[in-house]
Design a protein around this ligand. Structure first.
Ligand code: SAM
Length: 349
């Protein structure tokens, strides 16, 4: 933590700025904020949304998200990930990113600014987003063949657009470009080796994510989750895998490469190998509510405080209090597990 120099008359003392004031009851520092800037989406992925049209949407003005994010950052958030819904659908996104990129963390560092997208509109937006100050991007893509992709997203003919978007992100200099694939038994369990080849050919980091019970349709059962050992066995059938060291202590992915060092694969297993003990995340939903865990039963209405005219201090106090309510862990797969009432598209993945 860098010292901050403070001058008192003739004396100069070193004071320290605590990196985060956001600590929960379990002594976890909360440094990672995910902000959903819309709950609209142009895909209807089977593991997320229902196929039905006509849902109600909720979004805040970009200026309100900006104010809230600034308060979070003043309290110690170091990483902000924009998500949704589909964040590239939001008008004013590039300018929003430009404003966020000006924010500094409590210790005066540049904010780590990332975005998760389905990639459909990325071809045209990758360079403007990079120029505006976006650091990193994750593209969700659940198959590397067009027919499987269409079956999962329920949007025919869009696979090529997403691949183009991934390449545009690389060309724009967004680094790293990660590709996230939610594995779902009966849908894309045959895509593991093709994805390994894709990672090697395209120079992207591919991450397989366990399917979580956060979908609108009731699809999830323990059998729909593809266990890590099965993923590894399939990768090994292609080439021997080599485990890589984690990049950070709170890294959620277990990282692998192959025996020739080409290609990186991550496995994220929030269900079978939960990482709640290292969780540093908090979420702001598109309607301005704080969620302390993906699987929370409660929302905390931060925007309600703002609408009632709450000042920055009041909003900051609300955030600090809410962080102390963060759950110790999730209970997925246990008899007492209660599925949250909102799906991933509303919470912000
Ligand atoms: N539209 C953007 C996208 O597709 O990346 C951002 C929002 S999406 C809700 C964020 C991430 O959540 C995606 O990577 C998606 O695959 C993942 N996701 C959604 N529902 C999920 C579920 N039930 N289990 C695991 N991951 C899920």
């Amino acid at each position: 933590m860098p010292p901050v120099s403070v001058t008192f008359g003739a004396f100069e003392e070193s004071a320290f700025v605590a990196p985060s004031i956001l600590k929960d009851r379990y002594d976890r520092a909360i440094t990672d904020l995910r902000v959903s800037i819309t709950d609209r989406c142009n895909y209807r992925c089977v593991y997320c949304r229902t196929g039905n049209e006509g849902a109600q949407y909720s979004e805040l003005p970009m200026a309100d998200y900006l104010r809230l994010v600034r308060i979070f950052v003043d309290l110690g958030i170091e990483k902000v990930r924009l998500t949704g819904g589909e964040p590239l659908l939001r008008r004013g996104l590039v300018d929003f990113v430009r404003q966020l990129a000006k924010l500094k963390t409590r210790t005066g560092e540049k904010l780590d600014l990332a975005l998760t997208t389905n990639g459909h509109l990325l071809g045209d937006l990758a360079t403007p987003l990079k120029d505006a100050g976006l650091s990193r991007i994750t593209v969700s893509m659940d198959a590397v063949d067009a027919a499987t992709f269409a079956r999962i997203t329920r949007v025919p003919g869009s696979f090529e657009r997403v691949v183009k978007g991934i390449r545009a992100a690389q060309q724009a200099g967004l680094d790293p470009v990660k590709v996230n694939c939610v594995l779902l038994r009966g849908f894309n369990d045959d895509q593991i080796v093709p994805f390994a080849k894709f990672a090697r050919d395209e120079g992207v980091i591919v991450r397989f994510i366990e399917f979580m019970p956060l979908e609108e349709d009731r699809l999830w059962t323990p059998n729909t989750v593809i266990p890590i050992r099965e993923v590894i066995a399939q990768l090994e059938s292609f080439r021997p895998v080599v485990r890589l060291a984690p990049n950070t202590v709170s890294e959620t992915a277990v990282r692998y490469t192959f025996d020739d060092g080409i290609g990186e694969i991550g496995i994220i297993a929030p269900v079978s190998q939960a990482f709640c003990g290292q969780c540093s995340r908090i979420r702001l939903t598109s309607d301005g509510k704080i969620r302390t865990c993906l699987f929370s039963q409660f929302d905390h209405d931060l925007y309600g405080v703002m609408k009632r005219g709450g000042g920055d201090d009041e909003l900051a106090a609300f955030i600090e209090r809410t962080v102390t309510l963060k759950e110790a862990r999730h209970h997925v797969g246990e008899p007492d597990f209660l599925k949250p009432s909102r799906s991933m598209v509303h919470i912000g993945g």
